[in-house]
Design a protein around this ligand. Structure first.
Ligand SMILES: Cc1ncc(COP(=O)(O)O)c(C=O)c1O
Length: 397
């Protein structure tokens, strides 16, 4: 049975991580992998998480199954985080969440949920998007179409073209949107653009699937939820896949949720039943630990404050590094303008350099960047930013 198997290509980011690990250059820099790093290049456990874990260790009294929907306290708190505690979809009992194994698990559930709701649905994804979206939607046999999103040359949104492409969306189709800190471009919709998208989706009777993996990493928790809240305000049906990997630093604890907003409570109850059926057929029940930690943090004023402060520290570091990167590069008098990095949000931006330049950064300087030229801004520090800017200026000569 296995004799015919051939090795499959590894995700390029994973190969890059491996090459970086094996590199012995003292100044090596990893700008590939998509995790937050502090000034020391470390992805630490947040203090709020540590405190919550201490509490959990003392109070956890069973390891029995958690149930299909996962941690109900977590689910309610995630909904409050996404919509704001007083939002009409919560007050009107139109929203249900299934805790899932990370944002990825939530997307896999959402994909299957969509397929079961409407087997004919096309899912429209932005070009470019997080590469794993394709694998997740293909796994549910959804047909996928792309809409233009980012202009690599102009370093700007292709909003007019995006709207034109989305004119072809059919009733019952699904449109994937990134809530904030778009991966891989860092380019987010403005408030006016969110409004136009809401109107178009309403007119087309299409459903948004909002992927939110970086809430709080852009401008702030409230600001970053703007698009989610606007669409929930104006549309009958919305799906949101959230991840606590980055903003709570819970990566390996696989913590996320698939949230569905329905037109009314009866529709919501049916959506819940389908969500849980889908969950049962994929992983049966989610892991407990990460969700319990989030529930403890968001259930305590003290720990919530601590988390807000730590989240702000991560956000400010990223935004500060964006500014610094632009000024350090411009100090080197390179011909290209990298000012766009400062206009973008979250960990990622496309540098817009070519394959040879990316290869030279790796071969000559041990600076690791994925082939698309996407960089994780949080991968540099105030200590090595001059080394990075010198190297970039050299390969751009
Ligand atoms: C856009 C986007 N969605 C979802 C995810 C999945 O996050 P998780 O690690 O929680 O599965 C990521 C992670 O990198 C992401 O960038």
């Amino acid at each position: 049975m296995f004799s015919e198997l051939k090795p499959l290509p590894l995700d390029p980011i994973l190969s890059l991580m491996q090459a970086y690990k094996e590199d012995t250059h003292p100044n090596k820099i990893d700008l590939g992998v998509g995790v937050y790093k502090d000034e020391a290049g470390h992805t630490k456990v947040l203090d709020a998480v540590k405190k919550a874990e201490e509490h959990r260790l003392k109070t956890e009294d069973t390891k029995t199954y958690i149930g299909l929907a996962g941690d109900l306290g977590f689910n309610a708190k995630i909904e409050a985080l996404l919509f704001g505690a007083q939002h009409q979809v919560i007050e009107q009992d139109r929203v249900v969440t299934a805790q899932a194994p990370g944002g990825t698990g939530a997307l896999r559930v959402a994909a299957e949920f969509i397929k079961r709701c409407n087997p004919e649905a096309t899912i429209w994804v932005c070009d470019p998007t997080w590469a794993n979206h394709y694998a997740l939607f293909e796994a549910a046999h959804l047909s996928i179409r792309e809409y233009p999103y980012y202009d690599q040359a102009a370093k700007s949104l292709r909003f007019e073209e995006m709207m034109q492409a989305l004119m072809q969306v059919k009733s019952g189709d699904v449109v994937l949107l990134h809530a904030c800190c778009h991966n891989p471009t860092g380019m987010d919709l403005t408030k006016e653009q969110w409004q136009k998208v809401a109107e178009l989706l309403k007119e087309k009777q299409a459903v948004p699937l909002i992927d939110t993996a970086y809430l709080g990493f852009g401008e702030g928790l409230e600001e970053d939820a703007y698009g989610i809240r606007l669409l929930a305000d104006q549309l009958d049906e919305v799906i949101i896949c959230s991840s606590c990997s980055k903003n709570f630093g819970l990566y390996r604890e696989r913590t996320g949720g698939c949230t569905v907003v329905a037109k009314n409570t009866a529709h919501k109850d049916n959506a819940r039943s389908l969500l849980l059926t889908v969950v049962r057929g994929i992983y049966s029940m989610p892991p407990a630990h990460g969700a319990a930690i989030v529930d403890i943090i968001l259930g305590s004023d003290e720990l919530t404050k601590m988390w807000h402060d730590e989240l702000a520290e991560m956000r400010n570091r990223i935004n500060g590094l964006r500014e610094l990167m632009v000024s350090k590069i411009s100090d080197r008098n390179v011909a290209q303008d990298f000012g766009f990095i400062q206009q973008q949000y979250g960990m990622f931006s496309f540098l817009g350099i070519n394959k040879e330049q990316i290869a030279r950064l790796r071969d000559d300087y041990s600076i690791y960047i994925v082939g698309s030229s996407r960089v994780n801004v949080a991968g540099v520090s105030r200590q090595n930013i001059d080394y990075f800017a010198d190297a970039l200026a050299d390969v751009l000569k």
